[in-house]
Design a protein around this ligand. Sequence first.
Ligand code: SF4
Length: 67
Amino acid sequence: MLKVRAKYAPGACSYGDYDELRWDLAGCNLRCLFCWSPASRPAETDDPSRTVSSEEVVAATMQNLGD
Ligand code: SF4
């Protein structure tokens, strides 16, 4: 089971010229000072997360790659 950011992951975002697959993991405990992801610090940011299985991550990724 993986804890991921509910808002985007597993999913995809489009930025016009390119698309990005996203697997924003939540609750990273490394605390890099340059980290941009609010999902890595859920206690501070209250960014919603959810738990998904590895199979769900693979299925969503394959769907996004197909799209
Ligand atoms: S950059 Fe953010 S998500 Fe990546 S390892 Fe560092 S704290 Fe974790």
